[in-house]
Design a protein around this ligand. Structure first.
Ligand code: FES
Ligand code: FES
Length: 181
């Protein structure tokens, strides 16, 4: 049994403690916004672990014990996070598969450095985008930083019209988590 907080909710997983966190999030909590590449490379599986962006395929449930996990669903209930708004405003999304991991990495970056240089963005966001949104990504992250500093406002992405919890409940999880959610 592994206990942690996911998107501000206490949760227990009755799963193998050596299971990578990404599988518990996707299969037991139905938080499928976190993507997986099937390897250990693109970073689409990034989540915040105690505020630090990490690949959830590299963390076991045992290693996540007691931690505070934030997935893309928990970053903002209404898509109002500056990075989410700036990614839309700068059209830095194409197929979107890499987007959740990139948004998580960018959110962690502007939290500690709201005015990052192009080089700092490239270093802090090593995620791979097969569609090649990199130039737009740099503009989006720098714009998100300005929004976070209240030097600019953006309203580009409307609220989704469904809560992350309701969306996760809409399709049964493969291996339901147990305990309070
Ligand atoms: S699943 Fe691909 S980097 Fe984690
Ligand atoms: S937008 Fe398609 S992989 Fe990045």
């Amino acid at each position: 049994m592994s206990s942690m907080t996911v998107n501000d909710r206490p949760v227990r997983f009755d799963l193998d403690p050596q299971m990578p966190l990404v599988h518990a999030l996707r299969d037991a909590m139905n938080l499928t916004g976190t993507k997986a590449c099937g390897g250990d490379c693109v970073g689409a599986c990034m989540v915040l672990v105690d505020g630090v962006a990490l690949r959830s395929c590299r963390i076991t449930l045992a290693e996540a014990e007691g931690r505070f996990i934030t997935t893309i669903e928990g970053l903002s209930g209404d898509r109002a996070h500056p990075v989410q708004q700036a990614m839309v405003a700068e059209q830095a999304i194409q197929c979107g598969y890499c987007t959740p991991g990139i948004v998580i990495a960018a959110a962690a970056l502007i939290q500690r450095n709201p005015a990052p240089s192009k080089e700092e963005i490239e270093e802090a966001i090593p995620n791979i985008c097969r569609c090649g949104v990199y130039p737009r990504l740099v503009r989006a992250v720098q714009r998100a930083g300005r929004v976070q500093q209240r030097r600019e406002t953006i309203s580009a992405a409307p609220p989704p019209g469904i809560s992350a919890d309701d969306a996760a409940e809409a399709v049964p999880a493969l291996r339901p988590a147990v305990g309070p959610r």
